[in-house]
Design a protein around this ligand. Structure first.
Ligand code: DHK
Length: 144
């Protein structure tokens, strides 16, 4: 059976391309999602993508993953990475393995970005590789 992967994008990632391009680059979220979808097709896998600026909607989508055969989650929770116990708890509740992705190298940035509520629960963490980080995470999820 085809693998099913869920890609989650948190707040402000809908503004990629116009948002602080020196930090987040010039690609839009649609560009990133199109590349991920192409990769999923190459692997004959099923990929769902969801972006929200709202913490509760991200929690709801993670909970829904229990019932839609999601085997792996790739998540860039944006700023919620550094604040959200609710997203951490939702990921723990569903027990689906996940990779945490950040476009920027959060460790080169403000100290408040150095802490993540997700990292110690993640299979792995990728930061600073831009859109290539999502691609690496997706390849890992598809291969394992
Ligand atoms: C994206 C955000 O929106 C920030 O709040 C995080 C992350 C970093 C990123 O690099 O993709 O601190």
């Amino acid at each position: 059976m085809a693998k099913h992967i869920l890609v989650l994008h948190g707040p402000n990632l809908n503004m990629l391309g116009v948002r602080e391009p020196g930090i987040y680059g010039h690609q839009t979220l649609a560009d990133i999602d199109a590349r991920l979808s192409q990769l999923c097709d190459e692997y004959d896998a099923g990929c769902s993508v969801f972006q929200s600026n709202h913490e509760g909607e991200l929690v709801d989508r993670i909970q829904a993953a229990r019932h839609d055969e999601t085997e792996f989650i790739i998540i860039n929770a944006g700023a919620y990475t550094h604040t959200s116990i609710a997203i951490r708890d939702a990921l723990a509740a569903v027990g689906i393995p996940f990779i945490e992705v950040h476009l920027s190298n959060v460790y080169k940035r403000e100290p408040f970005r150095h802490h993540s509520y997700l990292s110690d629960q993640a299979v792995g963490v990728i930061a600073g590789l831009g859109p290539a980080g999502y691609e690496a995470a997706l390849r890992y999820a598809l291969d394992h």
